[in-house]
Design a protein around this ligand. Sequence first.
Ligand SMILES: [Zn+2]
Ligand SMILES: [Zn+2]
Length: 457
Amino acid sequence: MQEFLQGRIWLRELLPFGQEAVDGLIRDGLIGTVPGITTVRKWHGGTASRCNRCLSEDARHFHAFNCRKCGKICRYCRHCLNMGRVAQCDELLYWSGPDLPPAGNAVLAWKGRLTPLQERAAGELEESLLARRTHLLHAVCGAGKTEILFGPVHRLLSEGKRVCIATPRTDVVLELLPRFEKAIGETVIHGLYGGSGHGDGLAGLVIATTHQLFRFREAFDAVIVDEADAFPYSFDRTLRLAVRKALKSDGVLAVVTATPSPSILSEIGREGRRSVIPVRFHGHPLPVPRAAPLFGYRKKISEGKIPERLKTWTLERLRKEEPFLIFFPSIPLMEQCLPLFSSLDAGIGAVHASHPERRSLVMALREGRVPGLLTTTILERGITIPRLQIAVVGSEKTVFDRSAIIQISGRAGRSPEHPDGEVILFHHGITPEMDAAVREIRRLNLEGRKTFGMPAL
Ligand SMILES: [Zn+2]
Ligand SMILES: [Zn+2]
């Protein structure tokens, strides 16, 4: 039971063990309990409900209901409801006995080579983690940040520490898990996301969605938040609290991102260290997006026509047989467009977050079996397709903020054989976010050129 419960906080009813055994360990002081929801005093003198699993204190998250268990009007938390309902009369359990070290003796099986910039960043990150100093790794899209993490993570594991890599997106967990399983041997690694199961044994390394951190408590010596700014989440209050709760009291936080937002920078604070990798692992600059007006595109599309410029762009990609992605601000607009694009080429498909064939369509694009895909921002990260060309339709919409545009642009030109690719922002009016994204990319490219000019590297 310790293997399961150590570092976790779990609803008593959902523990996969007999209640008698649980009661025994509570009596022996090896398992601690807290009520599911408590009332806390606020600074203004009033009170608020707090969910002891997700730590929400937002009044909108709490609902009163007629509880069959306690026979009273009880409250439950809606914020973390999909992990099983936490009500006021429920008990949350955690391991309060001495901690076991994670099993195994981690071995670094990865034998690849880092670029000098990657190596410097890996060294700095490792130093910070060992010194328990907050660290920001600001690495542009395509800088090879996963490889940078292998060394520092292995170092902590080999010292018997528990490490968590947390990311807002299930896609990223699914991408990282096999890479770490290959890179670091002889250690238990869990991949946790909605519907994943809980994993066997006591894991040294947990790769989890940030949501899953609600289920941990004083578990990790280090939490590395990857893609911290990923849309639609951001490094918001709930996430910050979840990370803090999952960390041991002397645990250390590191944040990895291609687009540090002001809230990330404030979380890192003055004491934190920062490593910047302004260039991609192949040394070529990031593609700078180009804005192109597409005024009145909605009207044109609703009339059943692809706006002229967009049509020309698409036909050009088809003619040159260059794989392409066209990003849309919403699913309805994308679905409205799909038949129009299908008339240009029947192979063009469309994907969005809950699309059942999402993965196979992306694979088909990678293998050249479909010429291009329409997509929502779900594909902004985590895909690498050589020669990929990118268009954004409606780049003035709020979903395409600075960070999303930088991420989307980062999909192009990722392979060393084809380091450039076109990124075109079709818009109905240029926004400050578009300008900010272009400025930031130019700044990083400039910084990259300077860094490469330095004789030390
Ligand atoms: Zn909750
Ligand atoms: Zn109740």
